[in-house]
Design a protein. Structure first.
Length: 328
């Protein structure tokens, strides 16, 4: 098959391209940076310089393709201009879909985020039917949800398209902002991270990168038009997560609980520095608040309709730690 992959130079994208190549597919990659494609040269990869905001470059990259896997997005915690999120995550996605229609693409998989559904409440797990009842924590969430809704309302009736929504992804790969959980694991193993947000009992959902890639490929094969599928892994509290890290690594550190007010104060200060001096913040108040909620997430729909399966969290962390030893 000939498949266009956007966002192929990112953390998840590189894993996806590698898997597609192993399966014998021919891959078209739309890229912006020469530096980021240095390890993406292969006889079955065709490279097209451009971006998802330029229709002409999209047309060239998508020509003769059968399928599109759209991963490209602006997922950083902060942008100098708020409009950057909308332009990249909404307008860019609409460009992909319009170009796919023109090129009679057989199927499009759009990668969103489980964050669009909001946190869990009343001991109920978040799933694809969850209605968000609180404001978005970031422009990233808002613009991804806006794109998702437009896909379902305006394109599902004329294009074979479905959406996958990963949770907190981790695993071997570039230690970028989108691979923040892996960065956290690395800092802990070096004794450089000893903090628990709030009381440490907030729950998150963590998924190994190979499982997310498998989920995308299963969606390509089995995903239903106009449907969203959460690709998650294990639900665990911050305290439980670091206890598991301690068990696997054999390293035990005293963990310090950070009061919510202090976290928000620091995040606000970092955002102020970003506005005044254009220093990218490590976290903003919105992103800080997000991680103080519970995110009990269910991937049952993906398991039932896609045959999605996952590795146990302990196994994924172990593979990641072994990668640290060999690669870093």
């Amino acid at each position: 098959m000939k498949i266009l992959v956007t966002g192929a130079t990112g953390f998840i994208g590189k894993h996806l391209v590698q898997r597609l190549i192993e399966q014998g597919n021919r891959i078209h990659i739309l890229y912006r940076s020469e530096v980021k494609i240095s390890d993406l040269h292969h006889p079955d990869i065709l490279l097209f310089k451009g971006d998802i905001l330029t229709i002409q470059s999209l047309q060239k990259a998508m020509k003769d393709c059968d399928y599109v896997l759209h991963l490209a997005a602006y997922a950083k915690v902060w942008a100098r201009q708020k409009q950057t999120y909308y332009t990249s995550n909404y307008t860019g996605t609409m460009n992909i879909l319009e170009t796919a229609l023109e090129n009679k693409i057989k199927k499009v998989i759009v990668v969103s985020t489980a964050g669009v559904f909001g946190p869990s409440s009343n001991d109920l797990m978040v799933d694809e039917t969850t209605r968000r009842t609180i404001p978005y924590f970031s422009e990233y969430e808002r613009t991804k949800d806006l794109a998702d809704r437009s896909i379902i309302e305006n394109y599902a009736n004329k294009l074979h398209v479905c959406i996958v929504c990963p949770t907190r992804v981790f695993g071997p790969g570039e230690l970028s902002e989108s691979n923040s959980v892996t960065r956290l694991i690395r800092l802990y193993t070096r004794g450089k991270f000893r903090f628990l947000p709030g009381n440490g009992q907030s729950i998150g959902n963590y998924v190994f990168v190979d499982d997310v890639v498998n989920g995308m490929l299963l969606a390509l094969e089995n995903g239903k038009t106009g449907e969203r599928y959460i690709l998650g892994g294990d639900n665990i509290s911050y305290t439980g997560f670091f206890s598991l890290l301690s068990k696997i690594t054999g390293k035990t550190y005293k963990m310090f609980k950070l009061p919510v007010r202090l976290i928000l104060l620091v995040a606000g200060f970092l955002k102020l520095l970003a506005v005044l001096f254009r220093i990218p913040p490590l976290i903003t108040p919105g992103w800080a608040r997000k991680y103080l909620y519970n995110w009990n997430v269910s991937s049952e729909k993906a398991r039932q309709e896609l045959n999605y399966t996952t590795h146990p969290l302990e196994e994924g962390i172990t593979v990641t730690l072994n990668w640290f030893k060999n690669e870093l």
